[in-house]
Each structure stands twice: as C-alpha cells, then as structure tokens.
Unconditional design. Sequence first.
Length: 181
Amino acid sequence: MAQKATIYKIELSVSDMDRHYYEVHKLTVAKHPSETDERLMVRILAFALNAHEQLEMTKGLSTDDEPDIWQKSLSGDLELWVALGLPSEKVVRQSCGKASKVIVYCYGGRTAEVWWEKIKNSTTRFDNLQVVNLSAQDTGDLGKLASRSMKLQVNIQDGEVMLSVDESIVYVAPVKLKDVE
C-alpha cells in the first residue's frame, strides 16, 4: 500500500527588508513520503525568499511537469518557476521556456557544486535563470526546525536570512551562482 503525504500546518511570517515585503502566510504543505525534512524546509525557505500574494506551492515531487513553487499572473501566465535540488539541463531549459523567471535552489554540498560545474556553461543563454546555492550546513540546520505545526519567522536583510521557530534560530546565507540578466 502506498504511503500518504504528511500534512504540515505552517504560519510563515516573512519580513523581507530587501524587497519591503511584510506578510503572514498560512500554509498547508503536503510532505511527500520520499521527501526529507531538509527538503521540506528548503521548500519553505524558497517560498519565503520569493513570497508574494500569488505564490503557490505545487504538487512538487508527485508531478514531473510542475516546479516546487510557482507564481502565475491573474491572466494565468507563468511568472515565476521555482525548482529545488539538482535538475537536469533539459529540465532547466524547459523551465526557462515556460516561465518569465526561473530560480533553482540547489543544495547538497559537494554534489551541488559538481552539478553546477556540469551544467553552468549550457545555462549562459538563459537570461531568465537564477541559480542559488544553499550550503549543506545551512540546509541540515533547517531540517532540524521541521515540525508538523510551526510558527516560522523569516527575516531577510542584505541577502542574509534568519529563520526562527520558538527559541531555535537558523541563519542561512544563499549564494547566487547565476543571476537574472
């Protein structure tokens, strides 16, 4: 029998001084049976970094043709495509053709570095692609914050991120490997 997704209820309070965005999002997030706490928290971090009233979590791991997070305009145009992990060059290419802006949050330490070295030359032609690396230490610490019901405070200033749940605080320093031109 197939395992079912685990539901997480998250009150995400975002204070983004870089974008002057201050809002509370009440999220119900389904964690796929094969998804780790680390990946779930990276997904929530990516949501916070791109928070917008029209930003949505998608079905994620259970569908191949959708990103983890997306933002559509009121007319249905795909404005933002957010992918996590180490997508193939083909998936990156297809994503860049579908959305106005694509952001890949890669993580996994040395594995992410090897992935980027392998595909970076083939991504130079995509002006709408941004690639952000999250260190293994940062994402490992993020995974420890995960709980089924949490009030998560995210403060973003000068590209640095502070996440807190209760008395636990994690600092994340995203590194842009490629920026939108």
